[in-house]
Design a protein around this ligand. Sequence first.
Ligand SMILES: Nc1ncnc2c1ncn2[C@@H]1O[C@H](COP(=O)(O)OP(=O)(O)O)[C@@H](O)[C@H]1O
Ligand SMILES: [Mg+2]
Length: 377
Amino acid sequence: MILPGATLGILGGGQLGQMFTLAARRMGYGVWVLDPDPDCPAAAVADRHLCAPYDDFSALALLADHCAAVTAEFENVPASAMIYLEARIPVRPGSTALAIAQDRVREKTFFQDLGLEVAPFALLRQEDDVELVARKLSFPAILKTTRFGYDGKGQQNVTTASELPAAWASLNTPEAILESRIKLVQEFSVVLARSVEGMMVFYPLAENRHHHAVLDLSIVPARIPEALQNQARQSAACIAEALNYVGVLAVEFFVEEEGRLLVNEMAPRPHNSGHYTIDACVSSQFDQQVRALCGLSLADIRLLSPVVMMNLLGDLWEEGGPDWQKLFQHPQIKVHLYGKKEARPGRKMGHVNALSSDAERALAVLETLRQDWNWPR
Ligand SMILES: Nc1ncnc2c1ncn2[C@@H]1O[C@H](COP(=O)(O)OP(=O)(O)O)[C@@H](O)[C@H]1O
Ligand SMILES: [Mg+2]
């Protein structure tokens, strides 16, 4: 067990790294962050910011020498860095989970091997015949890079097979997957934590709404039939067990028209759709990440209030920034801003959690705010 007073390391200092750092420091741990961006959000709250690339071995050596354990805020840490650290200190979750999550083909194949259903897909590589690949699938479809995609980045809509060559050329990537577009009824996610001893806790499911492939709202409690919720928890547990996972794991699900459940993707870390836990649960997903990393018992995940989380995107900053007065008029809304210096359209600048006696009321509060801000969706 790693106890308060020890120093923890994190690879990546974005908002997820920042919220991990705040949770760890509140619990009495020191935190060192490795991130190449001098202005990364976690730098402002960490004990030390190692400003270096993720494969800088002198920075990794410093981290290994000074930290009792290391985690990551994102899945795209180079494998060489993970292997280097794993030989020296506990790294949770480990390199296997990250390697699978950073590659859409490996990830989908891994789910299928566990007997879980995914959207129909086909691999497209440079040497492949585009027309042949197009014949394997039904359209409309989405072309996605196998690596480094997030918030809909590295994705192209492909309405018909004839659009595929142009979409493939514009992605300019060595490898992509072509995925049939599912008629979605709902999207939701399961965030779980698994301890060193293999104990698991599941946060209440979040019903997720996206706008242009970026998470917009997470609604909790999710309005999803109990049987589907159970199936999703079982699937997520099966993934965590297969990886002998330690840490916080998020799994995204699609519900198809006929009520069929598909696994979309996983994130080997806290997830945007779990930010509601900061204000609405006994312990947040970041508290849990600290506990799992340190080999401690997991905390209570109980929901204290219905809640809706809304992301604040850089779009809101286009004309001088959001009208904060209008936001602070709502006493039910809790504000989280990451301190990012530069706002760009689509960039996640912060989020808010609206708490109310039921999710519909919380949604209505955010709808009012959106109207006040003239930020329709
Ligand atoms: N096959 C699909 N059918 C329908 N919608 C999809 C499909 N794939 C992705 N989407 C939509 O785009 C969003 C982002 O895609 P996702 O594969 O999760 O990539 P990212 O890594 O950018 O989160 C999903 O949450 C969903 O709303
Ligand atoms: Mg996603």
